[in-house]
Ligand binder design. Structure first.
Ligand SMILES: Cc1cc2nc3c(=O)[nH]c(=O)nc-3n(C[C@H](O)[C@H](O)[C@H](O)COP(=O)(O)OP(=O)(O)OC[C@H]3O[C@@H](n4cnc5c(N)ncnc54)[C@H](O)[C@@H]3O)c2cc1C
Length: 514
C-alpha cells in the first residue's frame, strides 16, 4: 500500500466496530481496547491516523515530537515525567540519526552540558552512569552513551517510531487559511513510513525538533547555489567529511577547498592539516566570504568551552604557518568540472580568482525545512527564519558574542496554538545553537502543555559565562575583545539582566567583523 494515505479512507468521527474504529474494538466507549494487545488505545488510534476525536478526547491525544535527536528525546523525557501521552517520529533508521552522521566530530561542549535533566532522571534508575562531566564526547559517543540508552528507558521505548518521516503538519480539516473555529480542530501530522505508507496522526500539540542537518546552505554567494554547483555534486564532500576515516581517500595527496567560516570549517581544516603531515601532496585552501575570521579564531584561552577556544587558536596557527592557505573575501560565482578536479571561480576584493581543487567542502551552515510548515500558522523572522520573539536574541548580525538569554514557551509560541519549533531548528539559519539551550526550551514547552504556567515561565540556564571573542585575528587587539576575561559559571533565571547568558561568538555578531 505504498503511497496510500491511510486515514483518507477512514471517517475520523467513526465509532462502533473495530474496522471503522481504527484499530480499537468499541470506539469511544469505556470498553474500548486496542485490537493489537501490544498497543495502547491511544497508540492504536493515533498510529492508524484516526480515532474518535471530539472535544473531550482531544486533551487525550498525544503530543507529537518530530525528531529523535537530543532535543526531541529530551522533550520526550519531559513529557513522560509530566505523564502526558506522546509519540516521537524519527525519519532515520535509529535515534540520533543526524548526530550519527557527524559521529566522527568531537563536540566542544563537555558532557556536563550535553545531557538533559529529565533524561538523566529517567536513565539513572536503569543503572546508566553519566559519562565524566568534563570529557568531550564525539557525536558517536553522544548517540551510543546517551541517546540510545535514553531511547530504551521503559517510559520512552514504545513511544518512538523510527523510519517515520513527517512530511507535513496541518490542522485536521482546516488548512492554513481557515480561521473560524481553528483551535477546535486537532493538529495533524502526516507521516511517511519507510515502506512508503502515508498516514495521518492527530495530535494535541507538535514539537518540531527535526533539526537542520541535511539542509546545507549553498556555497554560492548571496544564499544561492552558484552556477554549476548542482552539476559539481560529485566533487562536493558535504559539510563535515570524515577526513581521517571514511573519506580519507578523497583528501590524501589531493587539493581540498574548504568554504565557510564556522566551527565545522575549522574542524575540517584542522583534520586536513593533520592528514597533510602524513600524506605528502595534500593541499588545503580555505575560502571565506568575509574579510575577517576573528569570530572563528575566537577567544582562545578566554573561551570557557576550552575545546572551542582551542579550535580557533590551532587554526590561526595553521594559517600563520602556511599549512592552510586562507583566501579572504572570496564569493563563489561558479563551479566547472575539469577532469578529476573542479574549478571554483570567485570574486575577491583583488579581482576574480579561480581555485582548482579535487574536492570542495561546503561548510556554509544550514537552513531549516520550512516546507513542512506550509499549513500551520508560524511567525518566523524573515532574516533568521527563527520564531519572531527568539530571533532578536540570536540574530547573527548582532548577537553572537552577546549572550543568549534563557528562553521558553512564551518566546517560542506561534499563532498556531500547540505548535512549537525547538532545538537546532528553532534557531533557523542562526548558527549558534547549543544543546543546553534546547533542553531548557523543551522543559518549558512541556510545562506549558501540562498547564504548569509558573514552571513554563521560570527559565534557567546553568552555563559558563563564556568569552570567545577577539576582534583582531592577530591578537593585537585583545584589549577590545568582548567577554574577554574568564568568568565564573552563572545561573540565569527569571529576571536575569539582559546580556547575561551563554555567549556564542563575537560581540555584535557580523557587525563586529567590520
Ligand atoms: C558538527 C556539530 C557539532 C556540534 N557541537 C555542539 C557542541 O559541542 N555543543 C552543543 O551544545 N551543540 C553542538 N552542536 C549543535 C547542536 O547541539 C546539534 O546540532 C544537535 O544535534 C541539535 O539537536 P536537535 O535535536 O535539535 O537536532 P538533530 O540532532 O539534528 O536531530 C533532529 C532529528 O530529527 C530527524 N528528522 C529530520 N527531519 C525529520 C522529519 N521530517 N521527520 C522526522 N524526523 C526528522 C533527524 O533524522 C534527526 O534525528 C553541534 C552541531 C554540529 C553539526
Amino acid at each position: 500500500m505504498a503511497g496510500d494515505t491511510v486515514s483518507d479512507t477512514i471517517d475520523p468521527q467513526a465509532s462502533g466496530d473495530a474496522a471503522s474504529c481504527c484499530g480499537v474494538n468499541a470506539c469511544c466507549t469505556d470498553a474500548e481496547q486496542a485490537a493489537d494487545p501490544g498497543r495502547t488505545v491511544l497508540e492504536a488510534k493515533t498510529d492508524a491516523g484516526c480515532g474518535c476525536v471530539n472535544a473531550d478526547d482531544r486533551g487525550a491525544l498525544p503530543v507529537v515530537v518530530i525528531g529523535a535527536g537530543p532535543v526531541g528525546l529530551a522533550a520526550a523525557a519531559h513529557l513522560a515525567e509530566r505523564g502526558l501521552e506522546f509519540l516521537v517520529l524519527e525519519a532515520g533508521d535509529r535515534v540520533g540519526a543526524a548526530v550519527a552522521a557527524w559521529g566522527h566530530v568531537r563536540l566542544f561542549s563537555p558532557w556536563r552540558y550535553d545531557t538533559d535533566a529529565a533524561a538523566r532522571r529517567l536513565l539513572e534508575p536503569t543503572g546508566w552512569t553519566a559519562p565524566p562531566a568534563d570529557d568531550l564526547p564525539t557525536g558517536a559517543d553522544l548517540v551510543r552513551d546517551y541517546l540510545v540508552p535514553l531511547s530504551r528507558v521503559p517510559a520512552l521505548a514504545d513511544r518512538i517510531r523510527t523510519g517515520a518521516r513527517v512530511v507535513a503538519i496541518s490542522r485536521d480539516g482546516a488548512d492554513a487559511t481557515r480561521s473560524i473555529g481553528r483551535d477546535e480542530h486537532p493538529l495533524l501530522v502526516r507521516v511517511r513510513d519507510a515502506d512508503g505508507t502515508v498516514r495521518d496522526v492527530r495530535t494535541r500539540a507538535v514539537i518540531d525538533a527535526s533539526g537542520t542537518w541535511g539542509r546545507s546552505n549553498p556555497i554560492g554567494h548571496s544564499g544561492l547555489p552558484a552556477p554549476g554547483e548542482e552539476d559539481a555534486a560529485p566533487y562536493l564532500a558535504g559539510p563535515l567529511p570524515d577526513v581521517p576515516g571514511r573519506d580519507r581517500a578523497r583528501f590524501a595527496g589531493r587539493h581540498a577547498l574548504v568554504v565557510g567560516a564556522g566551527h565545522s570549517a575549522a574542524g575540517t581544516l584542522l583534520a586536513l592539516a593533520e592528514l597533510a603531515e602524513t600524506e605528502p601532496g595534500t593541499r588545503i585552501t580555505w575560502a571565506v566570504r568575509g574579510t575577517s575570521v576573528a569570530r572563528l579564531y575566537g577567544g582562545g584561552d578566554a573561551d570557557e568551552l576550552p575545546a572551542r577556544g582551542a579550535l580557533g587558536t590551532r587554526l590561526k596557527e595553521a594559517v600563520a604557518a602556511g599549512r592552510v592557505e586562507l583566501v579572504r573575501g572570496f564569493a563563489v560565482t561558479g563551479l566547472t568540472a575539469d577532469g578529476d578536479t573542479v574549478r571554483v571561480t570567485g570574486t575577491t576584493p583583488d579581482g576574480e580568482r579561480v581555485v582548482t581543487a579535487h574536492t570542495v567542502v561546503g561548510a556554509t551552515g544550514f537552513r531549516p525545512d520550512l516546507e513542512l510548515l506550509r499549513e500551520v500558522r508560524v511567525e518566523l523572522d524573515p532574516a533568521t527564519e527563527a520564531p519572531v520573539r527568539l530571533a532578536p536574541l540570536i540574530d547573527p548580525n548582532f548577537h553572537s558574542c552577546g549572550t543568549v538569554p534563557p528562553h521558553g514557551e512564551r518566546v517560542l509560541a506561534h499563532p498556531e496554538t500547540g505548535f512549537y519549533l525547538a532545538g537546532m531548528k528553532s534557531y533557523g539559519r542562526a548558527p549558534t545553537f547549543l544543546l543546553a539551550t534546547g533542553y531548557e526550551q523543551v522543559r518549558s514547552i512541556v510545562a506549558a502543555l501540562a498547564g504548569d504556567r509558573e514552571a513554563a515561565d521560570t527559565v534557567h540556564l546553568d552555563l559558563p559565562e563564556t568569552g570567545v571573542c577577539s576582534t583582531d585575528p592577530s591578537g593585537a587587539d585583545e584589549e577590545s575583545a568582548c567577554c574577554g576575561s574568564a568568568a565564573e559559571p552563572v545561573t540565569i533565571g527569571v529576571g536575569a539582566p539582559v546580556g547575561v547568558g551563554f555567549a556564542t561568538g563575537q560581540a555584535h555578531g557580523r557587525s563586529g567583523d567590520a
